[in-house]
Structures are given as structure tokens and as C-alpha cells.
Design a protein around this ligand. Structure first.
Ligand SMILES: NC(=O)c1ccc[n+]([C@@H]2O[C@H](COP(=O)([O-])OP(=O)(O)OC[C@H]3O[C@@H](n4cnc5c(N)ncnc54)[C@H](OP(=O)(O)O)[C@@H]3O)[C@@H](O)[C@H]2O)c1
Length: 377
């Protein structure tokens, strides 16, 4: 494992962090498969991962509880840096942020968290939390030793990113970045901006929520020309490990094979280690993908549950796969959703999904196009 400096205190953090949003689940697809997830966390920590990132809402609010149980059982809390995020949308009045943190510490069964983030900030949330004096609560939490470092994760347009960076002397920030999303949200511009301000930067969705794991054949052929023989996911991680401005790359791994694969890449690629030819390969891969992708959904599931039970991320996955991979079988999958009454025709345009979407997708319109394409004979 390669390590990077983190925060102005130069903590030594593993460049690969374990994102606790995509643990394997049992047959019901909801309950965390604790046995397998425990093995995966064990393997990651045994192989040098020391940054664990969870949040209140992950896995239907079960992720923090599981992470808490995990560390309670094995006493490994001291070996790692623990990050969780404040569900800012739950705060209604001054003082709520402090109370939410206390609740999260109980759920995690810990005295403190190393890294605390104000979760998924966008314009609406930022205006709300500043009006509720969030920094007063965070100051108190730091003074009482409940959190060591404060950051925020971001999902909105670039200008707001600068505004938030400039508003407070943050310790770190968490942004979405991968070789496809360089101009999206904070993007590469945000990475530079935060880095130049002296904030450490944590990356989320490095494999675009899994979308870069199984690219079409022409991209796979392109990767064969790279100097490292990595999986496509490995290449997505390598692109980020190569950047010196990045401190930690979080991946939400859902199987042991993925943990092994990602740990391997994190033990090989260092900052500034890829040559120009390798870097050009990622630019070309992006161009090939860009031409085919219809909707930039990352399957983060923030839009779910839909009140009409429309399976939004599944539908967009089928729509994109149809175009990116030319897989006609996605039409069969969509037909199954129609039989189960979970297809896009049940959308009543209430918009509750759009207000939750961190990618700010036009879900209502995109669902209509997806429906037309997936039902075309
Ligand atoms: N603060 C925020 O607003 C926010 C938002 C999103 C994420 N996050 C955090 O950031 C973390 C990382 O984001 P993410 O989970 O979207 O990361 P990601 O690494 O882009 O996506 C994870 C998915 O990629 C696939 N994958 C990972 N490694 C693979 C490998 N070696 N081979 C094949 N497929 C692989 C898996 O997909 P399959 O399961 O389909 O196989 C996995 O579920 C999250 O877990 C969470 O902790 C934070």
C-alpha cells in the first residue's frame, strides 16, 4: 500500500480508502452480508488500508451500525482513520448538528471520529446549514474531541465549490472524480483549487459507481496498450493515484475480488508515475465513452425510493448499457420491470427524485427517453 499525507498535520493515510456504501448484500439485496463484508474489511486493513468512509444514510442507515459492530468486535479501531458524514438534511434548528453527531457516535460505538464531513453539499443545503450556524456546533465538537478534522463532500456546480472552500478553513474535502468526470461538478478544477488552498482531497466514485469497470471492447483494447496490466477498474484508480493533489481514493467495493484488485493497484501506482502515453489513453477512453453514454447516472441510489416505485437507477443502467455496449438484452430486462410495474411509464413527474440527485440529472425527461429507447422494436 502507498500512503499520502493528509491534513496540515500530515497524517499518513492509505491512498485507497474503503467506501462503506456498497457492501455485498444478502438475497433480499438490502441486508448487509456481514460475514463477507467482515472478511473484505479484514483483508483491506491487513493489506494497509487505514481510511474507512461511511455515512448515516448508506445501506438504508445500516452502514454506520455495521461498521460500529465490526470495530467493536475486533478492536481494530485504533488501526484506522474513521470518517463519517453529517446528514445535514435532518437538521432543523441550531444545535441539531451537534446532536446528530452524538447520535452517530453512538451508532458507531466510538468516542470520536477522525474525519467528519458535511454530507453532499449543494446550494440548498449550504444555505440551510450556514443559516443554522453549523460551524458553531462543529467548533464545539472539535473542542470536546468528538471530531478531529472537518470537511465537506460536494455535489453541485463548480462556482459553489469555490464559495464553500472560501467560506471556512476546512481540513479536507471529498469530491467526485474519475477519468470521465473531469469537468463535472468540482472536477479537476476543484481538485486544483482545494489543493492550492491547502485542503486534503478525498475522491469518491473513482470507478463512476462501477460504470468504468466493464467498458466496451474498443476501450479494453486501448487499455492493452498501457504499461500496466490492470483491470479497467484498476486503470480508473491508477488515473487518480497518479495525481499528486489527491490524498485518498475511496472505492465502494462489493466483493473480495474487487478489494484484492484495488488493493493491488494501490500498492503499485504512485503520484506522477504514469508516462504521457498512459495518460493519453485515459483521455481517449473518455472520448469513446462520451460518445455513447446517454445519462450520467452513477447508481448512487440517492433518488430512491421513488414514491411510484419506478426503478430509476436500474432503468438508466439499462438505457446506458443499451447504447454503450449495444446490448439488446437490456430491452428484455426493461420488459421485466414493466411486468413488475416498476418501469418509467409509472412516473407521475412529482420530482422528488430530481431534488435528491447529486448529479442534478433531468430524471423526468431522461426517464421518458429511456422508456422510448428500451421499448423500441
Ligand atoms: N459524500 C458523498 O456524497 C458520496 C457519494 C457517493 C459516494 N461516496 C463515498 O465514496 C465511496 C466511493 O464511491 P463509489 O462507491 O461510488 O466508488 P466506485 O469505486 O466508483 O464504485 C464502486 C463500484 O465499482 C465497482 N468496482 C469497484 N472495484 C471494482 C473492481 N476492482 N472490479 C470491478 N468492479 C469494481 C463495484 O460495482 P458492482 O457492485 O456493480 O460490482 C462497486 O460497487 C462510497 O463507497 C462512499 O463511501 C460519497
Amino acid at each position: 500500500m502507498k500512503y499520502r499525507n493528509f491534513t496540515k498535520d500530515n497524517l499518513s493515510v492509505s491512498q485507497l480508502g474503503f467506501g462503506c456504501m456498497r457492501f455485498p448484500t444478502l438475497d433480499d439485496k438490502e441486508t448487509i452480508n456481514k460475514e463477507e463484508s467482515t472478511k473484505m474489511l479484514d483483508y483491506a486493513i491487513d493489506n494497509g488500508v487505514n481510511y474507512i468512509d461511511t455515512a448515516f444514510p448508506y445501506h438504508n442507515e445500516q452502514s454506520e451500525l455495521f461498521v460500529g459492530e465490526y470495530f467493536q468486535k475486533n478492536g481494530r479501531r485504533k488501526d484506522i482513520y474513521l470518517a463519517t458524514k453529517c446528514p445535514v438534511w435532518k437538521a432543523e434548528k441550531e444545535g441539531d448538528f451537534y446532536n446528530l453527531l452524538k447520535l452517530q457516535l453512538e451508532r458507531l460505538q466510538v468516542e470520536y471520529v477522525d474525519f467528519y464531513l458535511l454530507h453532499a453539499l449543494d446550494r440548498q443545503r449550504w444555505d440551510k446549514i450556514t443559516s443554522l450556524n453549523v460551524f458553531q456546533d462543529m467548533k464545539r465538537a472539535k473542542e470536546e474531541g468528538l471530531i478531529r478534522y472537518l470537511g465537506f463532500s460536494f455535489h453541485d456546480e463548480y462556482p459553489l465549490f469555490e464559495e464553500i472552500c472560501d467560506a471556512y478553513d476546512w481540513d479536507f474535502t471529498q469530491i467526485q472524480l474519475n477519468y470521465m468526470d473531469i469537468g463535472h461538478q468540482a472536477g479537476l478544477q476543484g481538485l486544483d483549487y482545494a489543493h492550492n488552498k491547502g485542503f486534503s482531497v478525498v475522491i469518491m466514485e473513482p470507478i463512476k459507481g462501477g460504470k468504468l469497470a466493464y467498458p466496451p471492447q474498443d476501450i479494453q483494447d486501448l487499455f492493452k496498450e498501457a504499461s500496466n496490466d490492470f483491470s479497467p477498474s484498476g486503470h480508473a484508480l491508477a488515473y487518480l493515484f497518479n495525481r499528486e493533489e489527491v490524498s485518498v481514493v475511496l472505492s465502494g467495493m462489493s466483493s473480495m475480488a474487487q478489494v484484492e484488485d484495488n488493493v493491488n493497484v494501490a500498492s503499485i501506482v504512485e503520484a506522477n508515475s504514469l508516462d504521457e502515453k498512459d495518460q493519453d489513453i485515459y483521455i481517449e477512453a473518455k472520448m469513446i465513452f462520451d460518445k455513447r453514454t446517454q445519462v450520467g447516472c452513477t447508481s448512487c441510489d440517492y433518488c430512491m425510493p421513488c414514491p411510484q416505485e419506478v426503478e430509476i437507477p436500474k432503468i438508466f443502467k439499462q438505457y446506458n448499457n443499451l447504447h454503450v455496449y449495444g446490448e439488446e438484452s437490456n430491452k428484455d430486462l426493461y420488459e421485466k420491470l414493466q411486468e413488475e410495474n416498476h418501469d418509467a411509464s409509472h412516473c407521475v413527474e412529482c420530482g422528488s427524485c430530481e431534488s435528491q440527485c447529486p448529479q442534478h440529472l433531468n430524471i423526468i425527461e431522461d426517464l421518458k427517453s429511456a422508456h422510448d429507447n428500451l421499448t423500441e422494436v
